[in-house]
Structure formats: C-alpha cells, structure tokens
Design a protein around this ligand. Sequence first.
Ligand code: FAD
Length: 379
Amino acid sequence: MARSNIIVVGGGIAGVMTALELQRGGEQVTLIDRWEPGHSRAASTDYNRMIRAISGRDEFYTKWARESRSRWLELQAESGQRLMYECGALILATEDHCDWEDATAGTFDRVGVPYYKFSQAEISARFPQFSVPDISYALYEPEAGMLMAHRCVLTGIDLFKKFGGIVKRGHVVTDRSERLMLDGKPLQADVIIVATGAWMSDMFPHTIKPMTTVIGVNVIYTSTPDGSEQFDLTNMPCWIDHGQGSFGLPSSEGSGVKAAVVIPDRIDLDNDERLIRKECLSRTRSYIRRRFPELVGEKVVDSKFNQIILTPDTHFILDWHPEHKTVLLAGGCSGHLFKHAPVYGEFAAGVATRKFGTADRFKIAGRKKLSPKESPSGR
Ligand SMILES: Cc1cc2nc3c(=O)[nH]c(=O)nc-3n(C[C@H](O)[C@H](O)[C@H](O)COP(=O)(O)OP(=O)(O)OC[C@H]3O[C@@H](n4cnc5c(N)ncnc54)[C@H](O)[C@@H]3O)c2cc1C
C-alpha cells in the first residue's frame, strides 16, 4: 500500500506522539513547528507533569491513563531515557466536598486500579510532609507518578527522526476560510493534523475559538530544606488538593517542590513574557505554608507561567475540520492531555489514516459544560 504523505503542525506532546505513531506505522510524516520542539512557550514544556488514573467517575480517561502508563514505560525502555518516576499520587478529599474523590474510588473499583484509602491519621503517618487538619480522607494511587515532560517531548522527537520523520521550522497560518497556509502558499498533504495547543483557538476563529477558553496558569518551585530528602519524589507523592484549588509534585532531579494554586489568568500567547504573576506567588506561598509547614522559609527557586486551552466539558478535541476534509484538529488539552499523549497519539493516528472514526466525546460540535461531579478533571 502507498504511504500517505502526512503533515503534523505543532511539536508539543500531542503532535509529537501522533507523528511518532504515524511514522512508526509506515507513513511519511513531516512535523512543522514555529519554534524548536521543547521550547518554553509550549504547554508541554516544564520539568514534569503528573500521570494518574484519577479522573472522577470517567472510566474512559481512567483506562487511557492506565494504558498510557504502560506506553510511557515502553518508551522509556525503548529510548533508554528516564521518562517516568512512579512516586504515586494522593488526592486529598476536603470535608463536605468529596464528590469527585468518592466518584474516583468507585471508578477505581470498577476498572481495577490499585489504590489505598487513607484516613487523616494515616495520611499524617505515611506522608508527614502534609498538614491535613481540613482533610477527611485521601486516595493514594501508588502506580501514579510523574513524567519528565521536556525530556518526553525531546525523546519523542528523537524516536520520530530515527524512524525517518522530518522536523521543520515554520509558522503555519490560516486564511479567512481557515485554510492552512505556509509561506504564502496553501499547505498541502494527504492529511494535515493540526496540534497547535492553545494557538489552535486563534488559528480557527470560527471552528475552535467559540468552544474554547485559553487561560494562564502559574506554578512555583520551592527549595527543599537543606540536607533533607523528605520532599524528594523518593519520599513524597504528587498530590491533588481540589478543596484548595491546588496540585503539585515533589522535587524531582533537584527541581524543588512544584505547587500550583490555579487562579485562571489572561495570557497573550505570542507576546507574554511568561513571568509569574505576583498575586499567584503570594497565594501559592500561603498555601504552601499551610499544607507543608516544614517548607516555611524555603525560597522559590524557579517558576513557570503557561497556558491551558479548555473545552467546556474538558474532553480533548480530535475531529475533522467541517470545511477542509483533510484537516484533522487535535488537542484541547484542558489541563490533562500530557499523561494520555501516547494513547491519544495512537488514536489520532488511527483516525488520521481513517482506520476508525473519532470518539463522540472528541467531536467539535455539541459540547456542553459538565458539573464538577461529572467532569473528568473535577473542574
Ligand atoms: C501548569 C500546567 C500544568 C499541567 N499539568 C498537567 C499534568 O500534571 N498532567 C497532564 O497530563 N497534563 C498537564 N497539563 C496539560 C498538558 O501539559 C497539556 O495538555 C499538553 O502539554 C498540551 O500539549 P499540546 O501538544 O496540545 O500543546 P503544546 O505543548 O502547547 O504544543 C503546541 C505546539 O504547536 C506549536 N505551534 C503553535 N502554533 C503554531 C503554528 N501556527 N505553526 C506551527 N507550529 C505552531 C507551538 O510552537 C507548540 O510547540 C498541564 C498544563 C499546564 C499549563
């Protein structure tokens, strides 16, 4: 069978994993990005991202996350690069606001995800780093952990090139009818997959912009106490703290403890200098003081300001453009795509080569907001 000539626009984790899967499957793929893959403006670039099956009542993403965990471990073995650390993840259930956490436990039971349910006293005994007077219980997923995000992107690119994929620099734009153009000419291929993350919104003002919101999120890295390994990933899990609108990851490879208090902010994707916002810095510091008293006095050693493109129901996007039938739109991160990227890429490759259709939840039309109880992210 003749190989298809496929272009993937966007070298974040969604584009890279899709391109890799297609190239491995025998297609000829060219990946185009405005900047060098791994660059700091992309949502996929930070030291680390959390991988956990925890998804409320949503069995689909719970299963995808489990499948992706196996894929990441395979990619780790294939590349010889350290892509994942299995440090576990803890979801803290705040008294009287436990719907999402209760739903997650039910899903884990149905799907067969290993987990423990810890009482407040058990959390303190097992993970003394956390101060939890307001927490009624926690779910601990021991096979969750963290992905070394920047390294995952670069490793994906290296494997893609090893299989014969081509990586090019270029700024793809759209005309008034949302037709793709590069260097003043229409972009042409058998299939073009657009995986441009949050930039997809401005590129497709009729198709994507009306159904998405782009927000900026600040994260800060706090130094671990001098001489102590207590906050390293060997001793501390990732965590989700919905009651406080926060999540974080332990120190990995010397990064410091990463914490985010999510205060959605505006972001100008091309012009923002990605400097952390002061309000967020003080809110995150006070969160850290309350939740991790032993970090009081520790200094902020790094920070990131980055974007998330949110769909109303927090489901990803994977659908053909309504007018341009060879253009497949792929992304819609909604704050949780990184972990799923190997399985998402495999699925996107199958849709792109028309082996099967997309899933209903990934279609562009007919989206509606879900309640936090129904939502996979609890948002
Ligand atoms: C603070 C924060 C924390 C997060 N935490 C987690 C987590 O713990 N776990 C998890 O699973 N997910 C997490 N996410 C979400 C995850 O990081 C994203 O879903 C994922 O990285 C999105 O990847 P992407 O490839 O769609 O987009 P991006 O990584 O943004 O990549 C898009 C690429 O397209 C390129 N591009 C854009 N426009 C053009 C154009 N016109 N022409 C050519 N190239 C173009 C860009 O240069 C970029 O390289 C988090 C996100 C943020 C911001």
